[in-house]
Structure formats: structure tokens, C-alpha cells
Write a protein that binds this ligand. Structure first.
Ligand SMILES: [Zn+2]
Ligand SMILES: [Zn+2]
Length: 312
């Protein structure tokens, strides 16, 4: 199956992104590289939740929502575009920095357990076990949060951002049965595991296959998690200058190595063309198979995220 989505893209609205990062340029290069669906996930902290730091205070809902016209305009390209966010883990309330009322306004949401450079006390960096344990607890709290049903995927799981040492060490410190417990819960909640392409190093496929990171991906799959892919790109100029092409290759290589099938990809990220090819009979029988395409990502309140089954 082909992976043709990128659901982790930052525009200039993210304070850490390039000032020129824009939807139009992303869409043009994504189209050239063969992507079909893009998801914009700027950094976000709901103003109704206390505790935002200086980085997050300006990145409230009105701020991230201001990109909607840009997305609407870029839909003329024919690509499927989603308005989402990368909402922060809230260590003070042991949950996610978003109220259900605001979570509902996004078409998708990804949440990281690994922005430890901002969310973790500095003295937790040592010993390494303390850092790893912080991420394990954060992961579980996100999965059990009151907005869990609105979460599409876990952003760059266990990839400690701006870690002062090799962050891959931390993944190796976490016991297999701890990962299994977390990933089983995650699968039950219908929350996808993000394969963050910025985490893929320049290793050869066989070296990568032997890494703790890849073993973690495999455990997530074995526990029944679905997947979502994202570049975590912060620059549309870099996307145009080769990142989009490299991401297309990288995503499909990892998907092949993991043996991902159609059912392993979370619903809103599925490749439309593959999807149509694999279910032509059902589609032709459906009354109006396209009427709900745009609504598919809006999760009915009675169903957990990711459990929405395509109409076709
Ligand atoms: Zn992140
Ligand atoms: Zn990001």
C-alpha cells in the first residue's frame, strides 16, 4: 500500500517555524512529490487551560485558527487538507492542554509525550531512567485524558525533543512490557502511533531494522495500534528543496519494513486512490459515497477517535 499523507506540518503560525513557512508552498511541493493528504498541526495550548509558558501563551485557538482561509484557498489544488494542531501535554493537570469544547473544533489533533525540553523539570534529565519514566507517565496520562477521543495520533512518541544526549538511548531503557501496556491501551482508544520522519536517521535499512526505535514501531503494530506519518516540517522552503521527496520515500520504506496494510493506517490518513481501488464493489453500491468524505474526520461524540469507519 502507498503512504501518501503528511499529518505533521507547521506553518509560520508555530513560533519555532520559519517565518516564511506557508500552506501554498507546502501544497505545491507535496503535490509534486505525490502526496494526497496533508494535515497542518501548529503548536497549540488552549487559553482556557492554565499553565501555558511564554512559548504557548500566544499560540491559542484564535491564533492557530487564523490559517483556515489559507487552507481553504489551497484546497483548489485538489489535495485533501486538514486543519489540526499539535496540542501540548499538560504536566500540571496530568492531561492535555485542551478542553473538549475546543478540541472539537479541530479536524485532527496530535499530542506529544516528548516535548521534555519544555514540559519536564530540568533535573529529570539524569539519570536517564527518570527522563524515560517521565515520558512513560506522560504517554499514559495523554491516553487517559478527557480529550482522548479527539486525539488522532501520538506525535513523535518517546523522541525527546532537544535532548542534550542521544535521545534514542531513552527508548532502549523502557521495558517491553511497559510499551505493550501503553500500546494496548492506545489501540483500544483508537489513537494512532505517529511515525515521525524527522526521527529517521541516515541509517541503512538493515541497521534501522535492528534499532530500538524500529522495535518500538513493531511493538506498537503488534499491540494493534494504527499509524500516521508526519515529517514535522517547520519550513516550506525546505519541503520544496527535497524534504517532500525524501519523506515520500522514507514513509513508504518504513511502511514496507513494518508490513503495514490498509487497515494499519488511521482512517483520515488513508490514501484515497488505494482506498478506491481496494473497495470498488462496495463504493459502487453506496448511495452517495462522496457525500461524507469531508465529514469523515469529524468524530461522532459516541465513538472514540479513529474508530470511525468509512462509509464506503
Ligand atoms: Zn513536537
Ligand atoms: Zn511538530
Amino acid at each position: 500500500m502507498k503512504i501518501a499523507h503528511d499529518f505533521h506540518m507547521h506553518t509560520s503560525l508555530s513560533l519555532c517555524a520559519e517565518k516564511t513557512a506557508n500552506v501554498k508552498e507546502y501544497v505545491e511541493s507535496a503535490k509534486k512529490a505525490g502526496f494526497e493528504k496533508l494535515g497542518f498541526a501548529n503548536h497549540f495550548w488552549d487559553a482556557a487551560i492554565p499553565g501555558a509558558n511564554d512559548f504557548y501563551v500566544p499560540q491559542h485557538y484564535d491564533h492557530v485558527e487564523s490559517m483556515k482561509p489559507e487552507i481553504e484557498e489551497a484546497k483548489k489544488s485538489g489535495l485533501t487538507l486538514y486543519f489540526g494542531c499539535e496540542c501540548e501535554y499538560d504536566p500540571y493537570r496530568h492531561g492535555v492542554a485542551c478542553t473538549p469544547e475546543v478540541a472539537e473544533k479541530f479536524e485532527f489533533m496530535i499530542v506529544p509525550n516528548s516535548h521534555t525540553h519544555m514540559m519536564m523539570p530540568k533535573d529529570y534529565y539524569h539519570p536517564y531512567e527518570k527522563h524515560a519514566e517521565f515520558m512513560v507517565n506522560a504517554y499514559e496520562e495523554i491516553l487517559n485524558s478527557e480529550v482522548a477521543k479527539y486525539i488522532t495520533g501520538m506525535a513523535h512518541p518517546f523522541e525527546a525533543v532537544a535532548c542534550p544526549y542521544d535521545r534514542a538511548i531513552l527508548i532502549g531503557l523502557i521495558k517491553e512490557d511497559v510499551f505493550k501496556r501503553l500500546f494496548t491501551l492506545q489501540a483500544e482508544k483508537g489513537i494512532a502511533f505517529e511515525i515521525n520522519l524527522s526521527c529517521l536517521d541516515q541509517k541503512k535499512p538493515e541497521e534501522f531494522a535492528a534499532s530500538d526505535r524500529f522495535k518500538m514501531f513493531r511493538l506498537a503494530k503488534d499491540c494493534g495500534c494504527q499509524f500516521i506519518f508526519g515529517t514535522d516540517i517547520h519550513s516550506s522552503a525546505k519541503y520544496a528543496a527535497g524534504v517532500a521527496d525524501a519523506a515520500m520515500k522514507g514513509a513508504n520504506l518504513v511502511a514496507e519494513m513494518l508490513g503495514l496494510r490498509e487497515e494499519d493506517i488511521i482512517e483520515i490518513a488513508k490514501c484515497a486512490i488505494t482506498h478506491l481501488r481496494t473497495i470498488p464493489v462496495i463504493l459502487s453500491k453506496a448511495k452517495n459515497p462522496f457525500s461524507k468524505l469531508g465529514e469523515r474526520i469529524l468524530r461522532p461524540p459516541t465513538q472514540p477517535a479513529g474508530r470511525v469507519v468509512a462509509s464506503g
